[in-house]
Design a protein. Structure first.
Length: 88
């Protein structure tokens, strides 16, 4: 029986072998306010899980939820303004 193997070496690097491009880093930087707000919301939810939730926990979660919504709105507005040909 004859084994079939690749004749050429792999030409392209694997996805895990490359560094992020400048465009990818810029996209991550644009998303950071949303990411930070979501982490703050998650922290508030984790704190509330640690004990019986009280009014302070509820306010903390509501405030964090509003921050997430505001950050998402700001990110969406930035995206719309950056689309070529879009009227702002």
């Amino acid at each position: 029986m004859k084994h079939i193997g690749a004749v050429q070496a792999v030409v392209t690097a694997g996805l895990s072998d490359r560094e992020p491009t400048a465009a990818e880093l810029d996209a991550i930087e644009q998303e950071m306010p949303v990411i930070r707000a979501e982490v703050e919301l998650l922290d508030a939810q984790i704190i509330a899980l640690d004990h019986t939730p009280n009014e302070v926990d509820a306010r903390r979660i509501r405030r964090a939820s509003r921050k997430v919504l505001a950050a998402r709105l700001a990110a969406a507005n930035l995206t719309v303004m950056r689309i070529p040909g879009a009227s702002a």
